[in-house]
Write a protein that binds this ligand. Structure first.
Ligand SMILES: [Cu+2]
Length: 126
């Protein structure tokens, strides 16, 4: 019974942690990259917001896209979702539809005005 209590407390705290919108900051090739979700991540549609900066200045001429994918698992084929972002009010926005919960890997790519493509690899859980 004690174990059950511990497990349910852990589960509950996981739910609370996951209820926060995504907010990940990283640096790549001298650019500051922030990836946020509008709401906490759910199965179905999710709006993502990317902010790109260099030396504190917002980058408004990049091309941003993302790929979210889940490797093949027993009883489940490889899945992926790609999206191109639109630049709205100083931020790049795109929509991803998650077909299931679990861990989704992602590649966040942005092409800067100099023609270089920068890629960030990470993952999210839902
Ligand atoms: Cu899956």
């Amino acid at each position: 019974m004690k174990l059950l209590k511990v497990v349910s407390i852990l589960l509950f705290s996981c739910i609370i942690l996951n209820a926060q919108p995504l907010d990940v900051k990283s640096k790549k090739d001298g650019y500051e990259v922030q990836l946020q979700s509008e709401k906490s991540l759910v199965m179905g549609n999710n709006t993502f917001i990317v902010t790109l900066q260099k030396e504190g200045k917002v980058l408004n001429d990049a091309k941003v896209k993302a790929k979210f994918f889940m490797p093949e698992m027993p009883g489940m084929p490889y899945m992926e979702q790609e999206a191109k972002a639109k630049f709205v009010d100083g931020k790049y926005k795109f929509l991803i539809n998650f077909s299931m919960g679990g861990t989704w890997q992602y590649h966040l790519m942005f092409k800067t005005a100099d023609g270089k493509v920068h890629k960030i690899r990470a993952s999210v859980n839902l």
